[in-house]
Design a binder for this molecule. Structure first.
Ligand code: CMP
Length: 370
């Protein structure tokens, strides 16, 4: 009886698992498995619910073994066996499925073997949004980041040697060697400040103050480099997204590449769902729009006009310094390119042919509305 329901559902589940991305079941298994692994280390909690903890851990492990086998089989059938098996994801799947059984077979105690379940967390890494962007930022900013790292290491070693020299007689245990002084330097330079070892000589304290200030500077620099890198990367992404939309709008088709780049800098994309009011009649206008994708409806007295891909609207208020002459709403999901008033003036000045087209259309619409 259950055949017609179970088999398609199972086939769908297997197909989703073979797809290598995280399924909802995989997220549940990772979360449940890691929580149970943590509970395993809390003696009273484990004693109270050891059956449940063990059952969930085994269920999660079974799921990850099943996932790995399904993916290996899928890779084998599509003749990508080795490409998957030695890829980052393939290795993570292998560790998630095999690390605990292997540890148990080699005689590790169950409590120690299950600690390897922490590697299950690695499965979510490829699905983290923005990871690709972070990697690009790290690659692009690797030069400045490495320079700051070198400064960090230089201050670290200089401070360690100086404090060792100044403190070794006063505190032979804490500062008896340069490596011992390094521990103090790391805790101070990273602004952690455990306070387990502190210089007591006047000069030693002076060095400590200098190291603390350097620590703030180094981390400030790193934060600044990463923040600027992210901002530049986001700008680049937006530019490419807008460029793609601009090049599809027939209105800009006659422009050369450098003019398209110029226009792209002035525009920003806006994705809207259906039935969203974009312009409200009677409001002051501060931007105009080009339709890259989708459709809008202009609500005029006695009639409704639909504008599709490539059309523009919202120009009349900008040209005549008037209030908006109609309500405009999206009829379906739409991507618009927005041109703010300042950029509108710049576009009109720099591209007279575009200005002429916009002007002519605004005049035609004004006449039609009379
Ligand atoms: P604006 O007045 O800024 O805001 C409402 C917009 O509706 C207007 O600019 C035009 O872009 C657009 N519009 C007005 N009349 C018409 C029309 N007859 N046909 C198409 N669009 C129009």
């Amino acid at each position: 009886m259950s055949k017609p329901f179970v088999f398609p559902a199972l086939a769908q589940f297997v197909a989703a698992t073979a797809g290598r991305n995280m399924t909802k079941a995989a997220y549940v298994a990772v979360t449940g498995g890691v929580i149970m692994m943590l509970l395993l280390t809390v003696a009273p909690a484990y004693e109270a619910a050891h059956r449940w903890v063990d059952a969930v851990l085994f269920a999660c492990l079974a799921f990850f073994i099943f996932e790995w086998i399904v993916r290996l089989r899928h890779a084998h059938l599509s003749q990508h066996f080795w490409a998957y098996a030695v890829s980052g994801r393939g290795l993570v799947d292998a560790v998630a499925a095999a690390a605990i059984p292997v540890a148990l077979v080699f005689g590790a105690s169950p409590k120690s073997a299950w600690l390897l379940g922490i590697f299950w967390m690695l499965k979510v890494v490829p699905g983290i949004p923005g990871l690709r962007q972070l990697r690009r930022v790290l690659v692009l900013e690797s030069g400045p980041l490495l320079s700051v790292l070198v400064i960090f290491l230089m201050v670290l070693f200089l401070a360690s040697v100086a404090v060792y020299y100044l403190e070794r007689e006063a505190q032979p245990v804490a500062f008896g060697s340069v490596p011992a002084a390094l521990w103090w330097a790391v805790a101070t330079l990273t602004t952690t400040g455990y306070g387990d070892v502190v210089p007591i000589t006047a000069l030693g304290r002076l060095i400590a103050a200098f190291v603390m200030i350097c620590g703030l500077g180094v981390f400030g620099l790193w934060t600044g480099i990463l923040a600027t890198g992210f901002a530049a990367e986001t700008r680049r992404d937006n530019f490419l997204k807008t460029w793609e939309s601009v090049s599809k709008v027939p209105f800009f088709a006659a422009l050369g590449p450098s003019a398209i780049a110029d226009v792209t800098h002035m525009l920003r994309t806006m994705d809207l769902p259906a039935r969203t009011m974009i312009i409200r009649k009677g409001k002051a206008g501060d931007c105009m729009y080009f339709i890259a994708n989708g459709e809008v409806e202009v609500d005029l007295p006695g009639k409704k006009v639909r504008l599709g891909e490539g059309a523009f609207f919202g120009e009349m208020a900008l040209l005549g310094n008037n209030l908006r002459s109609a309500n405009i709403t999206t009829t379906r999901v739409s991507r618009l390119l927005v041109l703010d008033l300042v950029d509108f003036r710049m576009l009109m000045a720099r591209h007279p042919d575009l200005a002429e087209t916009i002007d002519a259309e605004a005049t035609r619409r004004a006449l039609e509305n009379k």
